[in-house]
Every structure is written in structure tokens, then in C-alpha cells.
Write a protein that binds this ligand. Structure first.
Ligand code: SF4
Length: 436
């Protein structure tokens, strides 16, 4: 999907002031990333009573279907309402068509408790006011089903921004809490979609630290939405949740600054930030973290001999690039040729940027042709990129890793650190076998 970088993203990029110790550069031009519809693939697995109805064209339907190809055993909890060519005079028809599809769906599927109308970029869809459509349908289906809307359009969102837009709409839908609440009991909220297995492992460590009231957002079930107020303290589990964090902060919640829970270093610092904020003593924290940390170090060490000293180049895609680069450099000894990232949220990534080796070349935004030229001239051992670039780069003799796998695979936390390292060693092992 080739699109030109949107104005608001470009503005965000230009407002960033590069720190003196980091080599942050920016470029603009043609970019090669998935749109935010892709997030439906992992979001629908997480919120098990939600349905994602893409309001879009046949192209959108194909994207979601092919991205979901790996998920053929999943319950169908996403679909597309195809809005064909319509001019402005046909808008009433488009709204009628949308209402008809939603009525048909909700009549048939009583298990759906939250319905997301997901906007896309075809002009017929842009003309439709999906927030009004959601209000109209809410009035019809309330309280059995909550209808929300967000945009997954390639004009407004890249790849993982779809999750941000979805979660922001979910925060917006939560009832406002009175500000004069008398209780001062702080509660911890983990924000960002994580695989259930990862959540369970994290929950065990929090319990070992004496934190028994930790909630995860989004929840597995729409009935378990958290209460957000000035007693909410949240830790981001994903680095691409700028709008969601802003909406939480608007409701009085407070973000704990921390690196992201990737690899031993990031995971340890992430848990430590929570422990310190809730007054957990150092000895209790150490006790809780020691065994999982040791397991992770052993699992990672198996991949170090292969990855150490190898060079890696990131094309901008998932926004996970900076924490991944930090992990690969600090824990596996890889050399960072270039770390491409769609854009940097300066505050959310502050701790991550500090942990990168000095003078790491970070490229915000994208000019894909120039980046391909740089990549070829640097000739890295491994390239992390989107599906669209992988085959052409492999054809030029480079070894690639699909960035989409890093979003689909459970990689957060101590017990996944070895699997995360393996995601990068596997393509190199494959290359060695082919060459042998
Ligand atoms: Fe393509 Fe836009 Fe549909 Fe995404 S939302 S699949 S970029 S048409």
C-alpha cells in the first residue's frame, strides 16, 4: 500500500527536536506500510465478544482477509460492509446499506457485545459520517451492544495505529468518573494488546510483587472494562498508543514512564517502574523478578553466538523498531545499521532512546526509494521490513524478517525473550542452510 505521509504525521515528525546524543534524521516521501485495518487481526483475537466491521471497498476486504489468512481457525469476528461507488446523492443509500448489514449481523450473532465500525479510505466511505452512524446504531441496540467507530484508513493510520485508534475509541466510550472521589487507592492498568499467555505470566509476576489489582486494557471481555479516574496509574505495553494514552490522561490517569517489556532489560525496567510506583521494596521486586529473568537470559544466550556482530537494518513499519533495536543491540550484540520508524513519540520513547547506543542512526518517516538505496549500500546481514518489500529485497540477496510477525507473535515479557531472539536468528539459520 503506497501512500504519501499524511500532514498530521509530518507535523508530528517536524515538531520533534533531536537529542544531541542521538542521530535522529527525518525524511519524507513515498512510504510502504500497511494501513491501520491490519490491527483488526490481533484485536479481534483479544476482545472476544467484539466484532470489527470494516466499512470499505473490496480492496479493504481483501487486505483483511489475506492478512487474516494465518487465522483460518479463528471464529469470524470481523467482516466488511462493502460500500460501492456512490456519489453524495447516494449517501442516504450508503447509510441504509450500513444499517442493513449491522442489523443482519447483530440479529444473527447474539455473542457480539461491542461492534466497531472501522472506517477506511475509499472516497465513498470518507463521505459517510461513521460517528453519527455509530450514535444512530447505539440508540437502536443499546444496552445489548455498544457500537463504536474508529478509522483504520491508510490516509490517517499506519499498521499499528489502528490499534491506537481502536483503544482510544474504547476509552472515550467509558463512563466519566466523578473527580471528587474520596478514595486514594491507586490501581495499575496495563495498556496495549497482549497475548493472553503473556498477560497471565505478567499477572503472576505482579502478584509475586504483591500487586493483586492489576487490570489489562483492552480486556478479554467487554464486560470487564476498567474504571479510569485520577487513581489510575498506567504502564504502556506497546509503543504506538499515543492517542490512547492522551485520552487516559485527559481522564486523570497517570502514565508511568518506562521502557517497553521487550527482552530482559526492557521487561525488568518495566516491572521495576510499576514496583517503585506502588512502593514495592527492592528485595521483594528482586525476589519476584530473579527466576523469570534468569530463564530469559538463558533462552536469549542460545541465539547470541549467531547474532552477535551481525548488522541489522529496520524499515519503518510497526513502531516497535526502537525497543527492538535496543534489545538486539544491548542483549544480542547486533550492530544497528539504520533504525527506521514511522514517527517517534518523544515522551513515550524517552527511556528507550536513552538505552540505545550513542549515535545510532534513527530515520523518522520514509522515502522508500532512498531507503532501499541506503539499505543496499549498507548490505546488512538482516533487514526488518513489511511484506511488500521483503520479496524484492530477498531477490537482491538480502535476508529479511517480516515486521508483521513481530506484532502477531507473543514477544513481550521474560518468558518470550528467547522466542523474540529466535525470530531474528531463524532467517540467518535458514540462509546458512541454503548456502551449505
Ligand atoms: Fe487500502 Fe485504504 Fe482499504 Fe487500507 S483502508 S486496505 S489503504 S483502501
Amino acid at each position: 500500500m503506497n501512500t504519501v505521509i499524511p500532514i498530521e504525521v509530518a507535523q508530528k515528525i517536524s515538531s520533534v527536536t533531536p537529542s544531541a546524543s542521538l542521530n535522529i534524521r527525518q525524511e519524507r516521501g513515498q512510504r510502504e506500510v500497511f494501513c491501520g485495518l491490519t490491527g483488526i487481526i490481533w484485536l479481534h483475537r483479544k476482545i472476544q465478544d467484539a466484532f470489527f466491521l470494516v466499512v470499505g471497498s473490496r480492496t479493504c476486504a481483501h487486505l483483511v482477509q489475506s492478512a487474516a489468512g494465518v487465522m483460518i481457525f479463528a471464529e469470524p469476528r470481523f467482516g466488511t460492509a462493502i460500500i460501492d461507488d456512490r456519489d453524495l446523492a447516494g449517501l442516504a443509500d450508503a447509510n441504509e446499506e450500513l444499517d442493513r448489514v449491522v442489523n443482519q449481523l447483530l440479529k444473527r450473532r447474539k455473542d457480539i457485545k461491542t461492534l466497531f465500525l472501522v472506517g477506511s479510505c475509499p472516497s465513498e466511505v470518507i463521505k459517510l459520517d461513521l460517528s453519527r452512524a455509530a450514535q444512530r446504531l447505539n440508540a437502536q441496540f443499546n444496552p445489548a451492544v455498544k457500537v463504536l467507530n474508529y478509522s483504520g484508513s491508510g490516509i490517517e493510520t499506519t499498521f499499528t495505529q489502528g490499534e491506537d485508534a481502536c483503544l482510544a475509541s474504547l476509552v472515550e466510550s467509558l463512563p466519566l468518573q466523578p473527580q471528587d472521589s474520596t478514595t486514594d487507592l491507586k490501581k495499575l492498568l496495563i495498556v496495549g494488546t497482549l497475548a493472553d499467555v503473556v498477560e497471565d505470566q505478567m499477572q503472576r509476576i505482579f502478584k509475586d510483587m504483591g500487586l493483586n489489582q492489576v487490570e489489562f486494557f483492552p480486556p478479554r471481555n467487554s464486560k470487564n472494562l476498567p474504571v479510569i479516574d485520577h487513581n489510575t496509574v498506567f504502564l504502556l505495553a506497546q509503543p504506538f498508543l499515543a492517542d490512547t494514552a492522551k485520552r487516559l490522561e485527559d481522564r486523570g490517569a497517570q502514565r508511568l514512564p518506562a521502557p517497553f517489556p521487550l527482552g530482559v532489560q526492557g521487561t525488568r525496567a518495566w516491572f521495576t517502574a510499576a514496583g517503585e510506583a506502588f512502593g514495592v521494596s527492592e528485595s521483594v521486586r528482586e525476589q519476584a523478578l530473579r527466576a523469570p529473568q534468569q530463564r530469559a537470559q538463558i533462552a536469549i544466550s542460545k541465539h547470541r553466538s549467531l547474532l552477535e556482530g551481525k548488522t541489522i537494518f529496520f524499515f519503518p513499519d510497526s513502531q516497535l523498531e526502537i525497543p527492538l533495536a535496543r534489545f538486539l543491540s544491548n542483549e544480542l550484540g547486533m550492530n544497528l545499521s539504520e533504525v527506521g520508524v514511522p514517527y517517534i513519540h518523544r515522551q513515550h520513547l524517552a527511556q528507550e532512546l536513552e538505552l540505545l547506543p550513542p549515535n545510532t542512526l534513527i530515520m523518522e518517516g520514509q522515502h522508500v526509494e532512498q531507503q532501499i538505496d541506503r539499505c543496499q549500500s549498507m548490505n546488512p546481514d538482516l533487514v526488518v521490513c513489511g511484506l511488500g518489500l521483503a520479496n524484492p529485497l530477498e531477490a537482491k540477496g538480502l535476508t529479511t524478517k517480516w515486521s508483521i510477525e513481530l506484532v502477531f507473535t507473543p514477544i513481550q515479557g521474560f518468558d518470550q525473550a528467547g522466542d523474540l531472539a529466535e525470530l531474528f536468528s531463524r532467517p540467518l539459520v535458514r540462509k546458512q542452510k541454503i548456502a551449505a
